[in-house]
Design a protein around this ligand. Structure first.
Ligand code: GCV
Length: 718
């Protein structure tokens, strides 16, 4: 009998003997997100499709308290609340939801319902004031017009372009409501690798329909634009940002958009990055390009999110390029431009140091970009709660304006006169019934919104809120499952890329290990990043002997990272090339430390299965089974990562896997044959060789059936 069956029978027996019965919740596909436990007390319909009516209707349907709720847009503006903030005033027999604007009251209503759902309503009189930290709390969809989603693992794009503008899916409104409930107020609906078609009159009519649906929920639409649109759809022979014809094209296009969508948010731009066109094609700078668009948007109050994700194949160290290109432009961007910077200097790896640019551009409106979709963290196959990763970045001190100038403080605009501020997250949403592919990945959507509203919230607080609203408030469920979520990012780092290793995943799909892989672009090759050889492993970014990237940080970060003795061990191989027999702080060799860290990651992933099995009585069967199946696969993938990386590195270290670690279940040779989509081996160099095939960016769905099978040593019967 397997352990699962044993457990179910044992639980039933225990419950029968103790006489206490936990009622099994009804099955759900998870589509109702964190509204799951919101009990409907009336089926009232909103009087109209306005923010005011929606706010009242949410209270009519879901408020269970005895106190009457009054929703009030203040006659006299309260500067402390700004545009989106709200106040909940609890007094005897009454709760007043107050704000300067209708959208502020809607946020207040969702805040009130959240307190109800998490058993956190104050007992006596009390005033709670909530003001968001960032003005723009944005989503970035990497959704293509053919409904594929770049790095999306939850089905197709939500936006059904073929059916729009005539047919409107109810999902659009559900999406807007979910976003408003956590404070997300901006959404760039198309991929940053943008198709200029989105700007044609035909598509703008479709976009208008979405914008009309989102508006009452306070959600502004942004469009990612293709910088070469003047050539692609404007009939011009150039897209040079200083050419008057191009300037006029963007002015006209912007006017056309605002005529349809008066509250349009603005443009998101990926320029001169990964083959996208940009101002540098014409010898102009990022500032020239961004400012030209900013000028077109300024009369309407629109803004530009201009991405700093740039790198080119020839550079010695990709991690340095955003700073190399953007620091010289500091002070040159218009007031309505925000430069959007990924949390780390490479690309959403399980752990990176912060991007040094956060500490180097004091006169630029910088905004943080995080990734909610788990491109490098196991896709929607693995349970990883990402808030600890984002929070680590937000809380890191850049020291730019002295101690305490954390990434949060810098991006919130605490040191700027211009208070424009924003944050963005690349979504993990698709048309899967449960929106995110993995039931537990919904927490990352929720957490992103809560963090964008309040970066001071802890990972623990957010996980607690989400679990109670989405599953159960029973402490016997919340405590163990929350602990598991809180550990999950560190566990993912341990079994994928510990001690500062990065970019050693299988190329293209970015799922599974590929430390042996090379690409025709050196900066897409895992070997370029780990540099494993007989002398050791890791990327030397020190000033004396390496790329000098450590010098891009302010002191004391620069010298802390530069010195192998003081560099945090969780970033050791990011900054240093380290001999295999190097003595770590706990006295082990680097090799043994690596083996033991992978081992801990595997054991923790195996533990998830046991913890989840204990949570079974509190979870409906459908979600329980879905999550359990994925957790088993995750533990097997952890072993796959370990085998692949350690066996490959062993060819250089020639050191044994310690006896207290699991033995490998597959040989290196077998693992190198694994069918995760692999690029053909090509000569190293800067550009795609002539005739080399253009590889599809999406993993083929069947790759998941081709993974190596594993037995979990602590649960051999699974
Ligand atoms: C949208 C990484 C991803 C790309 C993505 C790019 C970006 O390179 O692999 O799919 O493209 O980041 O952020 O622009």
């Amino acid at each position: 009998m397997n352990s699962f069956k044993t457990f179910v029978i044992a639980s039933a027996l225990i419950l029968a003997v103790s006489g206490c019965k936990v009622e099994k919740p009804a099955d759900t596909d998870g589509h109702d997100l964190w509204f799951h436990n919101l009990e409907q007390v009336s089926d009232a319909k909103p009087a109209s499709y306005t923010t005011e009516a929606i706010a009242q209707n949410e209270i009519d349907r879901f408020w269970k308290g005895k106190a009457a709720v009054e929703i009030k847009v203040l006659d006299k503006q309260d500067d402390a609340l700004g545009r989106d903030g709200y106040r909940l005033v609890f007094s005897s027999g009454k709760v007043s939801v107050e704000a300067n604007t209708a959208i502020g009251t809607l946020y207040g209503v969702y805040g009130l319902l959240r307190l109800q759902q998490t058993d956190a309503l104050p007992k006596g009189s009390k005033t709670i004031t909530e003001v968001p930290a960032y003005e723009y709390r944005a989503f970035n969809h990497w959704d293509n017009l053919n409904r594929s989603v770049e790095r999306g693992y939850a089905g197709k794009s939500l936006w059904n372009w073929d059916e729009l503008p005539d047919k409107v899916s109810p999902v659009y409104q559900e999406y807007a409501r979910a976003n408003a409930s956590v404070g997300i107020n901006a959404t760039a609906i198309n991929n940053v690798n943008a198709n200029a078609q989105i700007l044609t009159p035909e598509y703008l009519q479709k976009v208008k329909v979405l914008a009309d649906i989102f508006r009452p929920y306070g959600l502004k639409v942004f469009l990612s634009l293709n910088f070469a649109a003047p050539k692609h759809i404007g009939g011009l022979d150039t897209s040079d940002p200083l050419d008057p014809k191009v300037v006029q094209f963007w002015k006209d296009k912007t006017a056309e958009i605002y005529a349809l969508i008066p509250d349009f948010g603005g443009y998101l731009v990926k320029a001169n990055s990964e083959g996208q066109s940009g101002p540098q094609d014409y010898g102009r700078t990022h500032a020239d390009g961004a400012n030209m668009l900013a000028d077109a948007l300024a009369p309407y109050g629109g803004v530009v999110f201009w991405r700093a994700f740039v790198y080119d194949a020839q550079a010695e160290d990709r991690a340095m390029q955003a700073s190399d290109e953007f620091v010289p432009l500091d002070g040159q961007f218009r007031d309505n431009v925000l430069v959007q910077v990924k949390n780390g200097p490479i690309d959403f790896q399980p752990r990176e140091p912060i991007s040094p640019l956060f500490g180097q551009a004091p006169k630029t409106n910088l905004m943080l970009e995080v990734q909610i979709t788990q491109e490098y963290l196991g896709h929607s196959k693995h349970m990883v709660y990402l808030h600890p990763l984002w929070k680590e970045c937000l809380d890191t001190d850049t020291y730019e304006f002295g101690k305490g100038s954390t990434v949060a403080a810098v991006t919130e605009g605490k040191y700027r006169d211009n208070k424009l501020s924003a944050i963005s997250g690349v979504t993990n949403i698709g048309d899967d019934a449960n929106w995110c592919g993995h039931q537990m990945a919904q927490i990352n959507w929720y957490a992103y919104g809560r963090m964008a509203w309040n970066p001071d919230l802890s990972s623990d607080e957010i996980a607690d809120e989400w679990l109670r609203q989405t599953f159960s408030s029973d402490p016997k469920f919340v405590k163990p499952v929350k602990d598991m979520l809180l550990r999950s990012r560190e566990v993912n780092v341990s079994y994928e890329m510990p001690l500062g290793l990065h970019h050693i995943m299988a190329s293209n799909a970015h799922f599974g290990p590929g430390p042996w892989e090379t690409s025709y672009r050196k900066d897409w090759s895992p070997q370029f990043y780990h540099k494993a050889g007989p002398d050791g492993v890791g990327f030397d970014r020190t000033v004396a002997t390496g790329s000098g990237a450590t010098a891009q940080y302010n002191e004391p970060l620069a010298s802390t990272y530069d010195n192998i003795e003081t560099c945090p061990e969780n970033l050791l191989l990011w900054f240093h090339h380290v001999p295999w027999d190097y003595k770590m702080k706990d006295g082990q060799t680097l090799w043994n430390e690596l083996c033991h860290t992978y081992q801990k990651g595997i054991e923790a992933a195996e533990d998830y299965v046991r913890i989840w099995e204990k949570a079974e009585p509190y979870v409906d069967n459908q979600r329980y089974q879905e999550v359990r199946t994925k957790l088993i696969r995750q533990a097997k993938d952890a072993m796959w990562w370990r085998d692949a990386v350690i066996l490959y590195f062993q060819t250089f270290s020639n050191m044994p896997i310690p006896d207290d670690c699991y033995p490998a279940q597959h040989t290196l040779d077998e693992l190198q044959q694994v069918g995760v989509f692999r690029r053909p081996q090509m000569p190293q160099g800067g550009a795609r060789p002539q005739g080399a095939p253009q590889m599809p960016r999406q993993p083929r769905p069947e790759i998941y059936d081709m993974l190596p099978d594993y037995t979990l040593p602590s649960m051999p019967e699974l």
